[in-house]
Design a protein around this ligand. Sequence first.
Ligand code: HEC
Length: 121
Amino acid sequence: MIKSKYLLFGISFVCIGGYTVVFTSCAKEKGKLVAVAPPPAAVSFANDIMPIMTAKCTNCHSGGMQNPDLDTYTPLKASVDNGTFKNRVLVLQDMPPGGVPLSAADQQKIQVWLDNGAPNN
Ligand code: HEC
């Protein structure tokens, strides 16, 4: 009788311990996620996206040198709408060419802007 009581105590202790471990590991993971990827609250085409284009894209993609022109909204939006923009910049990551994709921060801005419907804001 005494033995089984100890056994029960032992089992419930292990269970509670198990829950504690699961709980703390979840809490840690949540904290980590927030720290790694704070989504930019609002992304503006003029203030966030255009500067990336000017710095990384328009030396080739402007003035009809290379389709699409990326120095104005309309042709850029057309390439968003036909899927090539996201595919080349975020999926294949071969634009800009040369083996160095956009920084994670720039890619995240573009992702948020696309998720918002690529507005001309
Ligand atoms: C060094 C010149 C150069 C730079 C810089 C460059 N591109 Fe390109 N891009 C090209 C060339 C050349 C092509 C056409 C050949 C190809 O599809 O690979 C192209 C093709 C594309 C296409 C596909 C167009 C289509 O209709 O299939 C997209 C979208 C694109 N680039 C976006 C970008 C973006 C966005 C940037 C900046 C982040 C960028 N490119 C930077 C030269 C460049």
